[in-house]
Write a protein that binds this ligand. Sequence first.
Ligand code: M6R
Length: 361
Amino acid sequence: DMGGHDTYMHKEISEQADAVDRVLRGRIDDRFSTVHLGGLNLDAREARGVRRIKILGCGTSYHAGQIGAQLIEELARIPADAEPASEFRYRNPVVDPDTLYVAVSQSGETYDVLAAVQELKRKGARVLGVVNVVGSAIAREADGGTYVHAGPEVCVVSTKCFTNTVVAFALLALHLGRIRDLSVADGKRIIEGLRKLPAQITEILENEDEIKKLAAEYADAKSMMFIGRVRGYPVAREASLKLKEVSYIHAEAYPASELKHGPLALIEPAMPTVAIVPDDELLEKNRAAMEEIKARSGRILAVAHQVQEKADHTIVVPKNENELDPILMGIPLQLFAYHTALAMGRDIDKPRNLAKSVTVE
Ligand code: M6R
């Protein structure tokens, strides 16, 4: 049942405020400015013993994991990184007893992720799952973890699950942070930010008509560049994946700082750039990158917290705490990908060559 929407993708994008509300519900502990995650199976002493966190996933879940790793480093000060599960399992990784492994998957059935979990468990590692589908294979194999409560996602292209997975990581990061060195004041600050998310998502979605017009504006592009820096980089990667899988327009994502090391050669009017420009400590750096693009007559669509004069167009999104900004900045670009694909007559819910869950090698 599409509930009045013409595609599941549109329905699922529209459900995100409620979905985020669900992942937060019942988990916030105002007394200690922390959150509780029921099924983690990791007590405070064990959490303090974690020296490193390795996040494994594929596709959109891997991108959510990249933001998750940054949240964990920022809030819990535990070194963390994300890697595609398939790469991890084929490179005979060093499995370290003080590392906590986190497997991320919407379906909980992705073979590469499941195989990585099984290999890790065989070597005695502790593996948590961040999974949407309750009782799925990865959820069952993991030692513990948390469900992301996005509700069923039907469209092959993942949207609401990405957002909820990132929120679930913010909860995990806050939980670990408050067991370690995150102050009560910072815990409160993050909790207040989390509570603002559903209303801010609604605000972004109310902007759909404008985003649709912008999609038409850039529909002639043969290829698009997506750039971001630190918190904005995984957002750029995910937005680039969304656009290519649903519209078949070629897109690539680069850290803004890498432009001058090569990809700047591609910039010309037929290669527009989508720039993720949060109002944080890197704002000036991002403005400088936009200036370099303008100097090569590149068109720029910015996603930012205020209108960017260097850009041709800006999608303005509401500001949250710096650490939580990535949760919101990709959402307008889901709509951008959707409207681009719709105008091109693409099979939005079932893009060619793709399956909802990849349960084979
Ligand atoms: O079910 P999973 O989260 O494990 O799936 C991982 C990827 O196959 C999936 O995110 C894929 O990249 C989607 N088509 C993205 O929209």
